[in-house]
Every structure is written in structure tokens, then in C-alpha cells.
Design a protein around this ligand. Structure first.
Ligand code: PXP
Length: 238
């Protein structure tokens, strides 16, 4: 059964909409833990449109579970990561102006910057996860690059409405998860998961952890953070 890491970025999105002090992603993270989250994820973006360095620093010293920092490969963000030392650094592609992460890393091209970033993170004893699309080739490349974890992109599965496409994508995810496990990688998965589509993903036994943000925060606006997390944990456990 996968554990749940709750992405609290969008609590900060709401705060930044008014450049105010609330709602505080740190408070949300504590409530998420009380609701059963086994980890907290944040993405410190170059444009700082939601999470700020202040959040990261306080989260590092307050949360009781694990801190997963999603990050691009910008020099300044890397420096912050090396100082904060999250429990996991998940490297993602970041395009300025994107609404959310648009897909997995393209590992087929020149990976010199990726290798450099991975090496500095690993030197600082920060385990590294690579956010990739669920293909055998990406998994093999992530392994070759020396990743500790992969995070499989569930975005295409989550966005599909056609049963055949959903089934095909689930098969791709299951195949990629099995291969990653066989190669000794930790297996995380996420993007677009919600209360309606999470259960089928939980049938993939190799997945260690799910990273879920938008759907939980959306529900939390209506029912409260702790309850929204508890409901998601219950679905995963079922
Ligand atoms: N994993 C990665 C790499 C992401 O970029 C995001 C979005 O920040 C998520 C998981 C969570 O996606 P969602 O907010 O759709 O649950």
C-alpha cells in the first residue's frame, strides 16, 4: 500500500493571491500530518508564485514526517536545497509560465546539467528522485543516471476519459513501476490524482508513495485539511 505525501503548494497559492500571511502552508502541513500524511511535498518555483523560502525553512524544522522538495535545476534553487536538505529532492522540468508541471523529464537529451545537480545533491546526502513519464526507456535512463527514486507521471492517466486509454496508461504505469523496482529504485507516483481515480493506481503494488496536491487542497477548502487528507488516506488504504 502506498503512503501519501501531501503537496501543500496551493495553500501558498491562495496566500500569495493577496500577498497576505494566511493561509499558511506550514499550518496546513501540520494538519495534513494529523490527517495521516506520511510526507509533505512543496515545489519551490523560480517565480516563487506559491511556496517561499520562509515556508521551506519552517517546514524543515516543524514537520514530523518527510519533506520532499520538488525543484527545477536553477542554480539559486539548488543552493537553497543544499542548505535546507530535504529528505528527498524530486527533480522536475520547469518551464516559465506553465500552469503546473507539464510532463516528465526528457532524459533522452544532453543530461550534463542534470548529472551535475544530482551529483551535488547526493554529495550533500540528499536522495534524488526524477519525475519521469512511465516508459521503460525513462526508467532505465533514470537508473543509469544514479537516481534513488523515480516519480512516475500519472498525468496522462488522470486526464484520460476513455476507458481504453485509461487501461493502456495503467498498464504503462504498472510496467514502469515493476521495472523500476526490479532495478532497485524507489517508486513514487503523482500528478492529477484525485478521489475518483486514485484507487486503480493503488493496485500497482510497487508504488511506495503517492504525491497528491490539487485535489486534496481543493477538498480541504470545503471540509478542512485534516478531513480531506483522512478521506484520501482511507481510499488509498482500501
Ligand atoms: N508530482 C509532481 C512532480 C508535480 O509537479 C505535482 C504538481 O505540483 C504533483 C506531483 C502533484 O500534482 P497534483 O497537484 O495534480 O496532485
Amino acid at each position: 500500500m502506498p503512503s501519501l505525501s501531501v503537496n501543500v503548494d496551493h495553500i501558498a497559492t491562495l496566500r500569495e493571491a493577496r500577498k497576505a500571511k494566511e493561509p499558511d502552508p506550514v499550518a496546513a502541513a501540520i494538519l495534513a500530518e494529523l490527517g495521516g500524511a506520511k510526507g509533505i511535498t512543496v515545489h519551490l518555483r523560480e517565480d516563487r508564485r506559491h511556496i517561499q523560502e520562509r515556508d521551506l525553512k519552517i517546514l524543515r524544522s516543524t514537520i514530523k514526517t518527510k519533506l520532499d522538495l520538488e525543484m527545477g535545476m536553477n542554480e539559486e534553487i539548488l543552493k537553497i536545497a543544499l542548505t535546507i536538505k530535504p529528505d528527498l529532492a524530486t527533480l522536475v522540468p520547469e518551464r516559465s509560465g506553465e500552469i503546473t508541471t507539464e510532463g516528465g523529464l526528457d532524459l533522452s537529451k544532453d543530461n550534463s546539467r542534470l548529472k551535475e545537480v544530482m551529483s551535488l545533491l547526493r554529495e550533500a546526502k540528499i536522495p534524488v528522485s526524477l519525475f519521469i513519464n512511465p516508459t521503460p526507456d525513462s526508467v532505465k535512463k533514470a537508473h543509469k543516471l544514479g537516481a534513488d527514486f523515480v516519480e512516475l507521471n500519472t498525468g496522462i492517466y488522470a486526464e484520460s476519459n476513455e476507458p481504453l486509454k485509461i487501461a493502456t496508461e495503467l498498464e504503462r504505469l504498472a510496467g514502469a513501476a515493476a521495472l523500476a523496482k526490479k532495478l532497485g529504485l524507489g517508486v513514487n507516483a503523482g500528478h492529477g490524482l484525485n478521489y475518483q481515480n486514485v484507487e486503480k493506481i493503488c493496485l500497482i503494488k510497487e508504488i511506495d508513495e503517492l504525491s497528491i496536491g490539487h485535489s486534496i487542497i481543493s477538498r480541504a477548502c470545503l471540509v478542512g485539511m485534516e478531513q480531506a487528507v483522512r478521506e484520501m488516506v482511507r481510499l488509498i488504504e482500501r
